[in-house]
Design a protein around this ligand. Structure first.
Ligand SMILES: O=C(O)COP(=O)(O)O
Ligand SMILES: [Mg+2]
Length: 224
């Protein structure tokens, strides 16, 4: 019997498990080009990620000086998503050390789940394309628990913990959506210095910040 303090680890996807900005940024720029705008550098788009594709696009349009209506965002989001889903795993890779950390946590007896604000279907498509499906007992997307129930609401975290039969869970994420969702679900949260941050990294407000996935099991052990 493992003395590891957690039995369930919940992972954000974009900017946490995978470096997906490599394919998200071109999709944002495809939608911007459709709207007649010049591209935004990938290094800027990465900080727009975390609250779902619509919010990412809204931030990109605001960076161009627009105050877009919901209808405008919805229309251009269709353009963005059609492009993104056709290129979802062209350049996206798992961050360094992710697979070893997932294997290590599983060996310690943890069930693992994904809780992403990406829509569930493309999230599954991406995880499958990267050969990572086998690691996860549950995969939740921003739409799985219904409209408006993505992070920072706690619904998907609580549902994933239940699916895993967990009693002691922790979250791992890169944005304030993850930290707030974890707080709302009452679970501790590890943040990453290398993910996509919607606020300065020092303001994320998680319980512990790590620089590499190699450090995750020890960080969780200390948190427990
Ligand atoms: O789609 C997004 O903006 C964010 O996705 P994430 O919750 O996996 O970071
Ligand atoms: Mg993220």
């Amino acid at each position: 019997m493992s003395d590891f303090p957690f039995d369930t680890i919940l992972f954000d996807l974009d900017g946490t498990l995978v470096d997906s900005n490599r394919d998200l940024a071109p999709a944002v720029n495809h939608a911007l080009a459709f709207a007649g705008y010049e591209p935004i550098p990938e290094s800027e788009i990465r900080n727009f990620i975390g609250g779902g594709a619509g919010l990412m696009l809204r931030r990109a349009l605001e960076a161009k000086g627009e105050q877009p209506s919901d209808e405008r965002v919805a229309e251009l989001n269709d353009v963005l998503l059609t492009h993104y889903w056709a290129h979802i795993a062209d350049n996206t890779v798992a961050f360094d050390g992710v697979i070893a950390a997932l294997d290590d946590l599983a060996a310690k007896g943890c069930k693992l789940a994904v809780c992403t604000n990406k829509l569930e279907q493309p999230a599954r498509q991406l995880i499958e394309a990267l050969g990572m499906t086998r690691h996860f007992a549950a995969i939740y997307g921003g739409d799985t628990c219904g409209p408006g129930r993505g992070k920072p609401e706690p619904d998907m975290l609580l549902a994933a913990i239940k699916d895993c039969g967990g009693t002691r869970a922790a979250m791992v994420g890169d944005s304030t959506y993850d930290v707030r969702a974890a707080r709302n679900a009452g679970v501790p949260v590890v943040t990453l210095s290398f993910g996509y941050h919607d606020v300065p990294v020092g303001d994320l407000g998680g319980d512990v910040l790590i620089d590499h996935f190699d450090d995750l099991p020890a960080a969780l052990a200390k948190l427990g």
